[in-house]
Ligand binder design. Sequence first.
Ligand SMILES: [Zn+2]
Length: 247
Amino acid sequence: MPPSPPAAADRIFRSEEELARMPASARIRYRLQDARCRHHANDNIAAFVREGELDELKAEVQARVQELLHALVIDTEGDHNTQGTAERLARMYIDEVFRGRYQPMPAVTEFPNAERLNELMIVGPITVRSACSHHLCPIVGRVWIGLLPNEHSNLIGLSKYARICDWVMSRPQIQEEAVMMLANELQQRVRPDGLAIVMEADHFCMHWRGVKDNASAMVNSVMRGAFLKDASLRREFLSLLSRKGQD
Ligand SMILES: [Zn+2]
């Protein structure tokens, strides 16, 4: 008998009934793997989560955090301070600080550049709240976005930049990857001639642990299109940004 093709062989088919019996995290992971979809800490997986499954995930995370506290030899029954910690942490991760993984991209209306704006536009500072993928420690900082639209660019409302930024940042992140992800989202939607992003952030894992260095701000930038080619445009953006940073 000829061997079956590798694609069919390495795919474990599971029926809906079988999936229903699995924990929500295993079900979602199955769909992701089936679609060969990357699911790193800073990837959005909303398209693979079905209705009601976030509540199931929260219950699962709560049970695991309870085990973590147990492994840390914390008496959560006797200690009234930690009685609700597992539940609070599960809610905080799924609904708040990592919601950018589980919630779909916020609705953004794009409108054509009717006025044919082609001047440098700066949005920011936008407050950034994120967490590092390495320690799940907070990252708090600011982002500035520079755009050079052309007549074919789609413009989006000012508040939408902050919403897209928040969606990308509320995941466990690596600052260098976070600015690239934000740049990709904006590039796709706005299609400007030039796009620049600067992020300056404080990494709490540097304060709280390790070197306990208080000078732990990290600055990253992405320059695309006109900002790469045109040094004077880049200078204009950076000088406006440093002036804005002083208020
Ligand atoms: Zn860290």
